[in-house]
Design a protein around this ligand. Structure first.
Ligand code: FCB
Length: 520
């Protein structure tokens, strides 16, 4: 395969050999890896460690009104002119709905033992709780799950990844209403009932922090709500609505976990968790104020969701600043909330500096607002970036952030099992670009950082790259490419990049040989 990937295959061979065989090559020039290089050599991943790739319904499936599916919030949002950078949508995306067998073959060829994907709620319950279950949607996912298992992979399933039936938006404004908890619980029950005999890893939500910050504070994701002071939205309230939406998401998560634990887990023997977007916040200076600001930044981004689920309360930093604006949990919520997770999914891409704006004056508009915990976060310090900039505005490469983040979650949540549910490198669309050496270097350095965290005691049990294929990158449309396979968006042809060969080789070197030995 690899010879056909790369026209200059001799050059590619040399590059792959350098990247994968010796840790002391120029490929590991990043100072973080160099420092640790000797310790990485004899690291060994547990045999049941999950290596996989991740995808999501709206970004991959296409088939937007096929087999009884109705409109999702993202179908509606992308149809509004000006919302998506290149004016595109996910109506076809990479047509994974029809091409999944071929895509699963590509994954199998990489040697991964797991596939993380999400279900489309609008495919399963096109009319919401008040309508019938769409058996065509159920049959589709049943076929796909069976095909995943047939190839020796574990399905790692997310119930909802940003997309919901538009019907919920119209009926009661979706996450702004406490009613959604009942709808989510109903939907989760259907999924557990139909798929739970084969799915052993469930996540309720993917990145609810991104969903509420962009959907209700900045207004750049559906339902496009924010205050006029934040952006040009026609409705919303950036200070309060994100708190309300987050509260309803947390309560919905708890309801689904409670349901799984009381009705399904004993028979089905799976695990259930939540997946969060993480940013490692590095204090911009050694001052106490900036260290506290970095901690506040985590509170207003990550522990906002995780603390209630694990400890039954919002983080103290949020309570101190937001006071009564922070919604309260009911006694009923709290009953099911202690340890409402079997694992945490960590999506780790980027890191930022955090600067105090509580005790220090900050420039207007620089994150010094109450809703953001009076922290200004930025990738630059005196003009220099934390790590390396990429062509993607929110993303700078800082492998050390992976290690820090995993240790932070380990310490705060008492060594709970962690899965790195997403990590990957995105580039602006600059043509074919099969020789994605920057992605290879990124993966290599982030995986080194992951190993360092495991060596220090983090209970990391899996790693999923984002992503197998180039796909629909939300408001950036098709202008940013994250795939280990290039996709020609006209013909939908998939062509492997250098990173696909590298990942295959990495998995084989780290667990493949042992898996083969065991099978023998
Ligand atoms: C993550 C999202 C995923 C993808 C990557 C690049 O935050 O979960 O869907 O867009 O970013």
């Amino acid at each position: 395969m690899y010879i056909s990937v790369c026209p200059l295959w001799i050059l590619c061979f040399i590059i792959i050999t350098l990247v994968s065989s010796s840790s002391s090559t120029i490929w590991y020039e990043d100072h973080v890896s160099l420092r640790e290089i000797n310790t990485q050599e004899n690291f060994s991943f547990p045999k049941d460690f999950l290596f996989g790739t991740a995808s999501f319904a709206y970004q991959y499936e296409g088939a937007y009104l096929t087999d009884g599916k109705t409109l999702s919030n993202w179908d509606v949002f992308t149809s509004i002119p000006g919302k998506i950078a290149d004016g595109t949508h996910g109506k076809v995306a990479v047509d994974h709905y029809h091409r999944y067998p071929e895509d699963l073959d590509l994954m199998h060829d990489l040697g991964v033992n797991s596939y993380r994907f999400s279900l489309s709620w609008a495919r399963i319950l096109p009319k919401g709780r008040l309508g019938d279950v769409n058996m065509e949607g159920i049959d589709h996912y049943n076929r796909m799950i069976n095909a995943i298992l047939k190839r020796g992979m574990e399905p790692f399933v997310t119930l909802t990844h940003y997309d919901i039936p538009q019907e919920l938006e119209l009926r009661y404004k979706s996450w702004l209403s406490p009613q959604i908890r009942e709808d989510f619980e109903h939907y989760a029950a259907i999924c557990f009932r139909h798929f739970g005999n084969r799915v052993k890893f469930w996540s309720t939500f993917n990145e609810p922090n991104v969903q509420v910050i962009l959907g209700y504070r900045k207004g750049t994701y559906p339902p496009s709500r924010c205050s006029k002071t934040f952006a040009n939205c026609t409705r919303g309230g950036s200070d309060i609505e994100p708190l309300v939406a987050a509260h309803n998401i947390i309560r919905s998560h708890l309801a689904a976990v409670n349901l799984y634990r009381t009705k399904f887990q004993e028979d089905q023997r799976g695990k259930i968790g939540i997946v969060m977007n993480t940013i490692w916040f590095e204090p911009v200076s050694d001052s106490l104020a900036d260290s506290l600001a970095a901690e506040r930044a985590q509170a207003f981004y990550l522990t906002w969701f995780l603390d209630p689920v694990v400890f039954g309360r919002y983080p103290r930093e949020m309570k101190d600043i937001l006071g009564e604006d922070l919604p309260e949990f009911t006694k009923d919520d709290l009953k099911s909330s202690k340890n409402g997770l079997d694992f945490i999914g960590i999506n780790q891409y980027t890191s930022r500096y955090a600067k105090d704006c509580l005790h220090t004056a900050c420039e207007p508009g620089q994150g010094g607002s109450r809703a953001e915990g009076f922290v200004y976060s930025n990738a630059l310090k005196t003009g220099l970036p934390l790590g390396e900039r990429t062509g993607v505005n929110w993303f700078n490469v800082y492998p050390q952030g992976m290690e820090e983040m995993l240790m932070y979650a380990t310490e705060r949540y008492r060594n709970i099992p962690l899965y790195v549910t997403e990590n990957g490198f995105g580039e602006n669309d600059t043509g074919v670009l099969l020789n994605d050496y920057r992605r290879v270097k990124f993966m290599s350095n982030y995986l080194d950082a992951l190993k360092r965290a495991m060596r220090k005691g983090a209970d990391v049990r899996g790693y999923f790259t984002w992503s197998l294929l180039d796909n629909f990158e939300w408001i950036s449309g098709y202008t940013i490419r994250f795939g280990m396979y290039h996709v020609d968006f006209d013909t939908l042809e998939r062509t492997p990049r250098l990173s696909a060969s590298w990942y295959k080789n990495f998995i084989f070197k780290n667990v493949g040989q042992r898996r083969d030995d065991d099978d023998a």
